[in-house]
Ligand binder design. Structure first.
Ligand code: C2E
Ligand code: CA
Ligand code: CA
Length: 737
């Protein structure tokens, strides 16, 4: 396409040059066809490139095609008139190019500078009118309109260069706003419009002086159109390579406004006539500059207020997280010397909120903030990071100084807070990290301080230094941090292990959901590696919540495929300590439109070791809802028949320690056999865990066991497996773990 266009333009250029040399070939019909096609090609090229989602290029191509059509009309109707009239319909088509071009530019610039404010548009106006005024001064003053020209003629012909100048001026203004960043699209547009302006100016002067126009002048317009078309070929998309150059974007409009002002003064003082158009343009530029100045001052005021607000914590009036981070960054960048950061987390603040309400909680935070502020001295910066977390930035302080500051604050904090409603005693866990020992950069320092704070929470009082943490504790705390983030990023996945009937058909009667953590670096992490840590850090509520949600969602999918297999989810002690847990389960069942029988919950006897009454109450509620319950790992805990009697369970899962040995060890075999009978006599069904081969399965059938689960039947695996194997009999045991 472009190559063909190049050939056509080349031929036309030759025709123009030859005809100016007196060959007279441009009057030949072929010359006319060439003229018209060369003018139309760039517009068509743009139209071909314009994508539907981009109205800017559509406008530009419409304008360029209108321009080409103007030439067609001129060639067919006007060319032979003598003298050529100064204003015709061809001018209407040519001038239509400018509004279309302006619309295209507005759309294009909007995308480039998505939030172009009032000042930006004012800058555009200043640049456009000032440049136009400056250029119009010599242009309009020097030229005496030709004797046969009418007012309409003068206006129409002056409209070309002035429009060119206005558009070029706008482009320059916007380029200044972009910080004069190298931008090919803008550069090509400015070059194209610049050529247009030059050609229009020359043609206007020639026309007014009655001199015949050389054909080669056409080449300037055509080159301009091609430059515009090339802008469309540039890769689209906004490029933001650093902040705009503030200095230039202020200096350029200011300079232009000064020049305009000079022009006005010159107009007032000088005897020479400065045309009305020039004075009006200059006056517009100066007015726009004054408005811009007022707008800038107001914006600066608002910015100042917003910045102050954005750096203060609303509740306590202390510095907020942003302020803290900015100060830390500044310290690290400028001094590079020793520096300590400390994280304070109030102990049991949640209890205060839960028992006395949020108003009391907020009052307490305000008092804590005020007391801490009174106790810190320059250069220490105190900030509230959010919730019940405060932080200290201690420039120039090493380990000992930091410990002294923190201990002093802790002791003021321990004096009771007298609220109207209640007197409260407050303590805090504090973690301290020291630069450069604990980390050279901001994120390492903050992470270490945070880890140390968690260690303090689970320690025995007093601040904890990041440096003092041993590798094991650090690894544990890293796991915790990552697990928290992993929960936010939905990194937990479930594998499902089927439970089958012990008969030869091995019918799938349910699946157990087993959690895995899809760690971004460590890969698939098994529950043994993180559940213990999670339980001690109070994360089991969130984990079980996530697992239940995944399990219910999967169960819904299976139900939709006609697979109504109950899914079992494992609970821990802390789940049953949570009074809201049964409601949470009910809400999930409702959300996924599942019958309660679709869910089974597995608990070990250890749930009854502490606070048995409440645990039993919650299990009772769940069972009344219709959720099935299973006693997990039976035989490993402090099994007491008493517990078994009171636990409202449907299934008893006999631990694999007995099952796996029942083929070889007569004592294990006896335990399995008698437990089957015990379960049956209590009205429970029995599930043998850890079935690793067929021989054991035969034994279990002999003993009257109901169901079996184990690697010998199927390993835990992703959900797709069940759809392929159930309700058909299970045979193969594909390797997975
Ligand atoms: P569990 O509840 O006793 O789950 C059965 C565990 O035994 C699973 O290990 C399973 O892969 C493994 N297993 C199954 N068949 C065999 C077999 O034939 N031989 C052997 N050697 N092992 C077998 P996994 O998935 O590593 O889970 C370990 C434990 O982690 C579970 O023991 C359970 O206590 C806990 N757990 C797993 N997922 C969750 C969960 O979502 N929530 C809670 N609270 N605990 C979970
Ligand atoms: Ca289990
Ligand atoms: Ca188990």
């Amino acid at each position: 396409m472009w190559r063909l266009a190049g050939v056509v333009v080349g031929v036309y250029a030759a025709v123009c040059i030859l005809s100016d040399l007196g060959a007279g070939i441009s009057d030949h019909p072929v010359g006319g066809v060439l003229l018209i096609t060369t003018y139309l090609i760039p517009g068509l090229l743009v139209a071909a490139r314009a994508r539907r989602d981009d109205p800017a290029w559509a406008f530009l191509s419409a304008g360029m095609i209108a321009y080409g059509a103007g030439n067609l009309y001129w060639f067919l109707r006007i060319r032979d008139m003598n003298p050529e009239p100064l204003a015709t319909w061809a001018d209407a088509l040519w001038l239509a190019f400018y509004p279309a071009c302006a619309a295209a530019l507005a759309l294009l610039l909007r995308r480039r500078l998505p939030r172009l404010g009032t000042t930006a548009w004012l800058d555009g106006l200043i640049a456009a009118t000032a440049v136009a005024a400056l250029v119009s001064l010599p242009l309009l003053a020097a030229v005496e309109p030709a004797p046969h020209s009418s007012t309409l003629g003068v206006v129409v012909n002056a409209a070309y260069p002035l429009s060119d100048i206005a558009v070029t001026g706008c482009l320059l203004g916007v380029w200044a706003l972009c910080g004069w960043r190298a931008d090919r699209v803008l550069g090509l547009l400015i070059a194209g419009m610049g050529l247009f302006a030059a050609a229009d100016a020359v043609s206007m002067i020639l026309l007014w002086q009655g001199v015949e126009m050389p054909r080669t002048l056409d080449l300037l317009w055509i080159a301009g159109l091609f430059l515009l078309a090339m802008a469309v070929r540039q890769p689209s998309g906004r490029r933001e390579t650093g902040p705009p150059n503030i200095w230039l974007s202020t200096a350029v409009p200011a300079g232009l406004a000064f020049l305009s002002l000079g022009l006005l003064i010159f107009a007032a003082l000088s005897e020479r006539s400065v045309t009305t158009v020039t004075s009006l343009l200059a006056a517009t530029a100066v007015t726009a500059a004054i408005i811009r100045m007022i707008a800038s001052v107001r914006t600066a005021e608002q910015l100042g207020a917003a910045r102050r607000m954005a750096r203060t914590d609303e509740l306590t009036g202390l510095a907020n997280r942003r302020h803290f981070i900015e100060s830390l960054d500044r310290e690290l960048a400028t001094t590079g010397g020793p520096l300590a950061v400390a994280f304070f987390d109030l102990d049991r603040f949640k209890e205060v909120n839960d028992s006395f309400g949020h108003d009391v909680g907020d009052s307490l935070l305000r008092l804590v903030g005020a007391r801490l502020r009174d106790a810190v001295r320059d250069p220490v910066l105190l900030a509230r990071l959010g919730g019940d977390e405060f932080a200290l930035l201690m420039p120039g302080m090493g380990r000992d100084d930091a410990a002294a500051v923190v201990n002093r604050l802790l002791s003021t904090l321990r004096k009771p807070f007298l609220l109207p409603e209640v007197d409260l005693h407050v303590d805090a866990s504090v973690g301290i990290a020291v630069h450069p020992d604990d980390g050279a950069d901001r994120s390492t320092l903050l992470r270490r301080a945070d880890v140390a704070m968690y260690a303090a929470k689970h320690g025995h009082g007093g601040p904890v230094f990041a440096t003092g943490l041993d590798d094991h504790a650090r690894a544990r705390l890293t796991t915790l941090e990552e697990l928290r983030a992993g929960l936010d990023r939905d990194e937990l996945v479930l594998h499902y292990q089927p439970k089958v009937t012990v008969g030869p058909e091995r019918r799938v009667v349910g699946v157990e959901a087993l959690v895995r953590w899809q760690h971004p670096v460590r890969g698939l992490v098994y529950p043994d590696a993180f559940l213990g840590t999670a339980e001690s850090a109070d994360l089991m509520g969130r984990i079980t919540g996530a697992v239940l949600d995944l399990a219910c969602r999967q169960s819904r999918a299976w139900h939709d495929q006609g697979l109504a297999v109950p899914v079992a989810v494992n609970l821990t002690v802390s789940n049953l300590r949570d009074p809201a847990f049964p409601d949470q389960v009910a809400a999930l069942l409702e959300r996924y439109r599942l019958p309660a029988s679709a869910l089974e919950l597995e608990v070990t006897e250890s749930v009854l070791m502490t606070d048995a009454d409440n645990a039993l109450k919650r299990l009772g509620t769940l069972r009344d809802m219709g959720v099935r319950l299973a006693v997990d790992d039976y035989g490993t805990g402090y099994s007491s028949l008493g517990y078994l009697q009171v636990l409202p369970a449907d299934d008893l899962k006999l631990d694999r320690a007995f099952v796996s040995r029942c083929g070889t060890d007569p004592r294990s075999a006896a335990i399995v056999h008698s437990t089957v009978q015990l379960a049956h006599s209590l009205g429970m069904r029995i599930v043998a865990e850890g079935v690793e081969d067929d021989e054991i399965l035969d034994r279990l059938r002999e003993y009257g066991c109901d169901y079996a689960q184990g690697y010998g039947i199927a390993r835990p695996q992703n959900a797709a497996w069940l759809a392929a194997h159930a309700p058909a009999p299970v045979t193969a045991a594909p390797a997975h773990r």
